[in-house]
Ligand binder design. Structure first.
Ligand code: UGC
Ligand code: NI
Length: 162
């Protein structure tokens, strides 16, 4: 069993796994005559393989308890997957770099601050969506289309918070 204390999520710490989606640290420019600020191109949506397309879903998730017992990680080899909180919800992120095997020393745990979303790069191993505190509603952008897009890898991780 891996024991990990979740670290605060930062773009730098997450760069091997994908992007952090956060208007507070993103470049932006005015559009619509100045009525709108566009935070542009915050993450790359990947939808790979014949017949693939990006799709938008909404996840309403019940909160997890801490310490969080993770039984395994999963990956989506054919596409990215983004989770964006719709009401400032915090969530736990457990990730490992893409690859056929998961090296235990490469596994990382993060906790978001409510103002952050994540986009997992295609193939990034991750724990399933784990919202904290209360029921959460998340905008999810990932890949639709034929073929298997979810591989699972058993891995026991116990995640604590500060
Ligand atoms: N299965 C599903 O759509 N969600 C998972 O991929 C997840 O990362 O929560
Ligand atoms: Ni997933």
């Amino acid at each position: 069993m891996l024991n990990l204390k979740a670290q605060p999520l930062t773009p730098e710490a997450f760069e091997d796994f994908g992007e952090v989606i956060d208007t507070r640290v993103a470049k932006s420019f005015p559009i619509n005559g100045g009525r709108t600020q566009r935070f542009h191109d915050l993450a790359r949506v990947e939808a790979l393989g014949d017949g693939a397309r990006p799709m938008i879903s909404i996840f309403v998730s019940q909160p997890v308890t801490i310490p969080l017992e993770v039984e395994g990680l999963e990956r989506h080899p054919l596409g990215s997957q983004a989770f964006i909180p719709m009401h400032g919800e915090r969530f736990v992120v457990v990730v490992a770099p893409p690859g056929e095997r998961i090296e235990p020393e490469s596994v990382r745990a993060f906790v978001t601050d409510g103002g952050q979303g994540v986009n997992y790069r295609a193939g990034t191993w991750h724990a399933i969506h784990s919202v904290l505190d209360q029921e959460g509603e998340f905008l999810v952008v990932d890949r639709g289309g034929p073929g298997n897009n979810c591989d699972e890898h058993p891995l026991k991780v116990l995640v604590t918070l500060d």
